[in-house]
Design a protein around this ligand. Structure first.
Ligand SMILES: *Cc1c(COP(=O)(O)O)cnc(C)c1O
Length: 451
């Protein structure tokens, strides 16, 4: 029997997270104070994050040890399996070898608990009682709700309105883990009230929900804020994915020519890709790294690489990143986790420097790929993942044209069991390809403060 599943035992769970920053061949631009435009030190983040998270945000150590309690909770689902997609290869009649790392086996069903658990841990260690956050598709909210429950913290989630309406089951899951969930924009914060005054039917956005969650945390002494993507410490925590995948590819006796991940804020992409990028930078490997995003929120492929706010209300420090402008409200596509105006500063810089490639696809071709994958391999992927699968299939078809035995690894960062309404729409032929309007992007980009 041919092996399709590459497993590691609990003892192989990584002992550290890998920090790419010291290996980068270029420097990263510092965050700026939104009022003075002067670089801010780590203390600017003190009202919203605990000290250890701030240290990790700026650390130049190549490896950061994972606390034992966090590793124990990780061991509930980690190490996650790596699969060879032999049935998909056959379907595509491709000489390419396709592998995928499956993060959907976590309690919340995605890669997000990899960072939710350590974030809740460090907050509890520093005496915080409640965490606030935003959530798009509900993946992050349910991950943080689970992590807070493990650590005995309260959890308040601002859930983007369009997802709140489309995905009641994610809300119920968060409530099952003990969290309080609000549809954002709310009338509970100034940021939310401002948006509602201007557009009462706002579908919400991650940027708006972040403003609300930050405002809640800053206004309450025992609360801090937690972010599920974009920032350096989040990508750091996600590198357990790529470190495990490196060892599993070794078990499979192969090495990837291409590593693919979908990119919303960049954390699952960074998590799978950075340990392979390290091999490129320090061991002479030449793996292509491909980040895939929706054509309706084309941050890496159409955004500017400039300083911008992380949220809509302009409360966060400004970061140099690929952005569509902090006022850009992407259309309500089903890949809610990819509806963010900005992108990880590290991933942005890597694309800018040409060390990472970016691609964008409209919804329908990604669902076509996701359906083919589900029928061939059995797992129903989250709509976000379908972007990575579309790119993987295209790369495998290119390999067929070229007659090349390429090895492709992609990150299947979450299952789609809460996204079946989106599949229903696709199956009924009712899924729209909501291309961004060039004019909307131009207007939003014009509102980015000059830096
Ligand atoms: C949150 C989420 C994303 C987008 O976030 P990244 O930080 O870009 O990884 C993608 N896929 C799934 C399944 C998610 O839950």
């Amino acid at each position: 029997m041919e092996t399709t599943k590459f497993l590691l035992d609990e003892k192989s769970l990584p002992e550290s997270w890998y920090n790419l920053v010291p290996d980068l061949p270029f420097g990263l631009d510092p965050p700026l104070n939104p009022a003075t435009r002067e670089p801010v030190g780590p203390e600017a983040f003190a009202p919203i994050f605990p000290q250890e998270i701030i240290r990790q945000e700026v650390t130049d150590k190549p490896f950061v040890p994972i606390p034992e309690e966090v590793r124990e909770i990780y061991s509930l689902w980690r190490p996650t399996p790596l699969f060879r997609a032999r049935r998909l290869e056959k379907l595509l009649d491709t000489p390419a070898h396709i592998y995928y790392k499956y993060e959907g086996v976590s309690p919340a069903g995605s890669h997000k608990p990899n960072t939710a658990v350590p974030q809740a841990y460090y907050n509890r260690e520093e005496g915080v009682r409640r965490l606030t956050t935003e959530t798009g598709a509900g993946q992050w909210g349910s991950s943080l709700a689970f992590a807070c429950q493990q650590m005995g913290l309260e959890c308040t989630v601002y859930m983007v309105r369009v997802s709140y309406d489309q995905k009641p089951y994610r809300r119920i899951m968060m409530e099952t883990y003990g969290a309080t969930v609000h549809a954002s924009p709310t009338d509970l914060t100034r940021a939310g009230r401002d948006i509602l005054a201007a557009s009462p039917d706002s579908p919400g956005s991650l940027g708006i929900a972040i403003s609300e969650a930050v405002e809640d945390a800053v206004g309450n002494d025992d609360a801090k804020y937690s972010l599920g993507s974009v920032l350096n410490h989040v990508l750091l925590h996600q590198t357990v994915i790529g470190q495990e995948a490196l060892r599993q590819m070794e078990l499979a006796g192969e090495y990837p020519d291409v590593v693919v991940g979908c990119a919303g804020g960049g954390s699952n992409f960074g998590g799978v890709a950075f340990p392979f990028l390290r091999e490129n930078l320090t061991n002479g490997r030449r793996t292509r790294l491909v980040a895939v995003e929706p054509a309706s929120c084309p941050t890496l492929t159409k955004g500017r690489f400039v300083y911008d706010f992380g949220d809509t209300a302009g409360m966060t420090p400004m970061m140099k990143m690929h952005t569509l402008g902090h006022s850009f409200v992407p259309p309500g596509i089903h890949a809610g986790g990819l509806r963010y105006h900005g992108e990880s500063p590290i991933v942005s810089a890597l694309v800018h420097e040409g060390l990472v490639e970016a691609r964008a696809y409209p919804q329908n071709p990604t669902f076509e790929a996701g359906l083919a994958f589900a029928r061939a391999e059995g797992i129903v992927p989250a709509p976000e993942v379908n972007h990575a699968i579309r790119a993987t299939m295209d790369l495998a078809l290119e390999a067929r044209e070229a007659g090349e035995e390429k090895v492709i690894l992609f990150n299947l960062c979450g299952h789609g069991h809460f996204d079946l309404a989106a599949y229903e729409q696709y199956l009924a032929g009712n899924l729209e390809d909501l291309e961004h309007s060039e004019q909307e992007i131009e207007e939003a980009v014009a509102r980015i403060p000059a830096g």
